[in-house]
Design a protein around this ligand. Structure first.
Ligand code: MG
Length: 224
């Protein structure tokens, strides 16, 4: 039992070491980076497509797409105009810092201002692995139910931003936005939240405005 605990700790500390290197590399290149986490089907790839369409003309965007086996999502990101790299995890339920490092090697970071890393769809494993991104964003969606912050506190606790996607479905689904936001606030009072629909585009302007501010802040840091 003790041995197993030690092995898990070693894996996590090796990951943290690589994550720190990724972070240094991204910060030095002035890239604002986001680890996008969500359950399958919450809308990670749709948000990437919308973001590429909304911001692609004003900033250079790259995507590292983590998936179990296919390149379907990276293909969608590339079709939306982003530099896209596919990382297949070979069945592993989350990205880790070593995989992101391989992705970074395939990108010309001097040509990137915003990097979106699409993690594997799942609300448990990704939260334990720092990838070295500046920010962690969780996408929740209306059909998943308003109890998810209460059921997956580990994921909600370690993030900086939550987007509630598919708000166009609110009239049809028993989802209490107040209960959801209350759960989020109890776990993480400093969290930024955005209510959006990647289907209709509602609410996305506030998300874009936030990204614009963060990317500009990053540029200013590099200039100093
Ligand atoms: Mg996807």
């Amino acid at each position: 039992m003790t041995r197993r605990v030690e092995v898990v700790e070693d894996i996590l500390s090796a990951n943290d070491h690589l994550a720190a290197q990724n972070r240094e590399r991204l910060e030095a290149a002035g890239v604002f980076s986001v680890n996008l986490m969500a359950s399958p089907g919450a809308g990670k790839t749709s948000l990437i497509e919308r973001t590429a369409a909304g911001l692609g003309s004003e900033m250079r965007l790259a995507v590292i797409d983590g998936d179990l086996a296919t390149s379907l999502d990276a293909d969608r990101a590339a079709a939306a105009g982003a530099q896209a790299v596919q990382i297949n995890t070979g069945g592993q339920c989350h990205l880790d810092a070593a995989m992101v490092r391989r992705g970074l090697e395939e990108l010309d970071l001097s040509q990137v201002e915003l990097l979106l890393v699409e993690n594997v769809g799942n609300l448990v494993c990704p939260s334990a692995f720092d990838l070295g991104t500046r920010t962690r964003v969780l996408i929740a969606s209306v059909p998943e139910g308003d109890d998810k912050p209460f059921k997956y506190p580990g994921s909600y606790h370690s993030i900086d931003v939550v987007l509630l996607n598919k708000i166009d479905l609110l009239p049809y689904v028993a989802f209490d936005v107040k209960r959801f936001l209350h759960g989020v606030e109890v776990l993480n009072p400093s969290l930024q939240s955005f209510l959006v629909s990647c289907q209709t585009g509602e609410g996305l302007e506030a998300w874009f405005a936030w990204l614009r501010r963060e990317v500009a802040g990053m540029r200013a840091e590099v200039v100093r």
